[in-house]
Design a protein around this ligand. Sequence first.
Ligand SMILES: Nc1ncnc2c1ncn2[C@@H]1O[C@H](COP(=O)(O)OP(=O)(O)OP(=O)(O)O)[C@@H](O)[C@H]1O
Ligand SMILES: [Mg+2]
Length: 256
Amino acid sequence: MIRLENVNKTFRGRDGTAVEALRDISLDIAAGEFVAIVGASGCGKSTLLRLVAGLVPTSSGQVMLDNAPVTEPRTDTAMVFQAATLLPWADVLRNVTFPMRLMHRHDTKTDDKARALLATAGLGGFETKLPRELSGGMQQRVAICRALLQEPRVLLMDEPFGALDALTREEMSLELLRLWSTRQMAVIFVTHSISEAILLADRVVVMSPRPGRIAEIIPVGLPRPRAFEQEGTEEFQRCAARIRALIFRGRDANAA
Ligand SMILES: Nc1ncnc2c1ncn2[C@@H]1O[C@H](COP(=O)(O)OP(=O)(O)OP(=O)(O)O)[C@@H](O)[C@H]1O
Ligand SMILES: [Mg+2]
């Protein structure tokens, strides 16, 4: 469904210097697949998501969605950014439903669906609050609800749980998996947490930095539905050890 073919991305800085953010990325993601991306800071994870979202063009190579090149943002793709990007003047409910209005998909059921999503995210009763009245973690949960309300075929999540406390993070992970299992939705989920990546994903893409490349793709053999108790299993430990080895190898190679 999503196909990256030999994708390269080089940014030109204002001083004319070039930063090679991604080199020769090839990756296939099936409809309904859950893929996690891990790797050191600066290895191009956010850039990869932006390319798939159609927010930035590749320098060379192609991003394909259903066999058509991605050249601009699409209505069937939703993104949760690393920092919650809410409209400061709109209340929580308006923020969550805003893209639906923009796409002329807002109907009589949209507000009810939004309220239900907010309730599952622990935000019931906050519908009329403004973003500045919420904590950082609450704002991020609003941004997640906004993406899920669009019922996207492709959901791009850039460290969506980074601002949440450990307990809320676990709850939101399980809720995301529950929603994902009821929809045909491909997810690309960027995280710094190795255990989060393993517990959520079908495959974990490990990236190495400078330039950003795919070091290895680890298939996760844990049965679904997933539960945190699986952290104790041999398969979990195998995946975690492999991912750690790859990340540290990248670091050592860069230090040398
Ligand atoms: N708009 C831009 N202009 C210039 N350079 C950029 C731009 N966006 C990203 N870069 C560079 O590309 C590289 C990859 O950045 P990116 O944000 O994709 O990394 P990341 O893996 O998401 O890092 P983090 O884990 O810290 O979020 C970095 O060296 C960064 O400086
Ligand atoms: Mg990033």
